[in-house]
Design a protein around this ligand. Structure first.
Ligand code: GLU
Length: 426
């Protein structure tokens, strides 16, 4: 298999066939602007010292300060962080958000650390990165297994180092520390708006549409509930432990309740009222992807649908809520089968969109109501979804390529406008 970054670059190559971009811009976009690897020493609760590996990659800043989440996961490595930073660059451009792309991560299993150890690690990460980030340089945010609490510690640590409160250096913070209302549900809500905009174009109404969702974290669980409430039939959900399936549809609020109480969606199967009310079966994460449903939503990690299982996928519509769940080889197989893939850089862009709103609120010191945040999110998601749809129709190309074409033209314009800049600017 290709490295993740090489695979990500394949999407760029394909889009370049449909849009005229100067050679300089193409060359610039092939490589990350800067990649930093750091070692973070942490004093553990038992008195021992453990050193963790952390990364931050700033891919491209032609359109503004770089932006992207920080993930805490055992499989985090530089190649993964570089590809995620690449996707952030195209995501921000596709949504016309005035940011470039970045990403960060620490290699660890966060479930094995105490709260105090996690705090030391988060603060240590910012100590190591303090010269690399800033509200007008690079702005971290939550990603897989990071949340508002961790973002609060990071913002606080940066403010301690700078000797002043700088809320705009990190987004996804607790509301009490300058976070935005609606940020926590933004990725799911953004995906929901994209689904609601596109499915009618395929002649698919919510009622009777069956959905399977892989991943029951911040994005997957909230989206499952939004779809359930809008009348979709969510028949399968899973978390890292495995999943549950019920052909008559799952009662998602109960599944969420059980997940919150037990930390596992499979617990629903053998405990509690839902289990007694309807019949479930247990599915693995791999089986969930191959279910006969109308809409498949990978909302966990990258590389889930590859050349090895793409031919087994039956859902006609895949909405990528995770970053990079479908490889470029799998894309080709799915296209041959007539399966529509709605790309990550559009579908999951609600998170960074509200991060942008949070940053704007931090800069102005004036805070918006939840209704205002959600309305602006809906306007943005709907407008850019329609634009990408129109590009796909005009050029007779798939939606992923259309999203890249759309993003590339904005990136090329910014790179072109910089003229012959050669200096390295932090
Ligand atoms: N981690 C999220 C993403 O992949 C959000 C990034 C942000 O808000 O900056 O889009």
């Amino acid at each position: 298999m290709l490295s993740l970054l090489a695979d990500a670059n394949q999407r760029l190559e394909k889009a370049l066939r449909y849009v005229a971009i100067p050679e300089d811009a193409i060359e610039r976009l092939k490589f990350p602007k800067a990649s930093l690897t750091v070692s973070i020493p942490v004093r553990m609760d038992d008195g021992s010292l453990k050193v963790f590996q952390g990364y931050r990659v700033r891919y491209d800043d032609s359109r503004g300060p770089t932006k992207g989440g920080v993930r805490f996961h055992p499989s985090v490595n530089l190649d993964e962080v570089q590809s995620l930073a690449f996707w952030m660059t195209f995501k921000c451009a596709a949504l016309n958000i005035p940011f470039g792309g970045a990403k960060g991560g620490i290699t660890l299993n966060p479930k094995e650390l105490s709260r105090f150890e996690l705090e030391s690690l988060s603060r240590g990460y910012i100590n190591a990165l303090a010269d690399f980030i800033g509200p007008d340089i690079d702005i971290p945010a939550p990603d897989v297994y990071t949340n508002a609490m961790i973002m609060g510690w990071m913002m606080d640590q940066y403010s301690i180092i700078q000797r002043q409160i700088i809320p705009g250096v990190v987004t996804g913070k607790p509301i009490s520390m300058g976070g935005s209302l609606g940020r926590e549900t933004a990725t799911a809500l953004g995906a929901f708006f994209t689904i609601q905009t596109l499915l009618p174009k395929f002649g698919q109404a919510p009622q009777g549409t069956t959905v399977a969702i892989q991943g029951f974290g911040n994005a997957g669980a909230v989206l499952a509930e939004l779809l359930f409430k809008a009348g979709y039939k969510v028949v399968a959900v899973s978390d890292s432990q495995g999943g549950i399936y019920a052909s008559q549809g799952l009662d998602i609020p109960s599944v969420r309740h059980t997940k919150e109480a037990t930390r596992s969606v499979q617990a629903v199967y053998c405990q509690g009222s839902v289990c007694n009310a309807i019949e479930h079966s247990v599915v693995t994460n791999a089986e969930l992807l191959e279910l006969e449903v109308d809409v498949l939503i990978p909302a966990a990690l990258e590389n889930q649908i590859t050349a090895a299982n793409a031919h087994l996928i039956k859902a006609p519509y895949i909405f990528e809520v995770a970053n990079g769940p479908v490889t470029s080889e799998a894309d080709a197989i799915l296209a041959e089968k007539g399966i529509q893939v709605i790309p990550d850089i559009l579908v999951n862009a609600g998170g960074v969109t509200v991060s942008y709103f949070e940053w704007v609120q931090n800069k102005s010191g004036f805070y918006w109501s939840l209704e205002e945040v959600n309305q602006r999110l809906q306007d943005k998601m709907t407008e850019e979804t329609e634009w990408i749809w129109a590009t796909a129709q005009d050029l007779a190309i798939d939606l992923r390529t259309a999203a890249y074409v759309h993003a590339l033209s904005r990136l090329a314009e910014a790179i072109g406008a910089q003229g012959t800049r050669k200096d390295y600017i932090k």
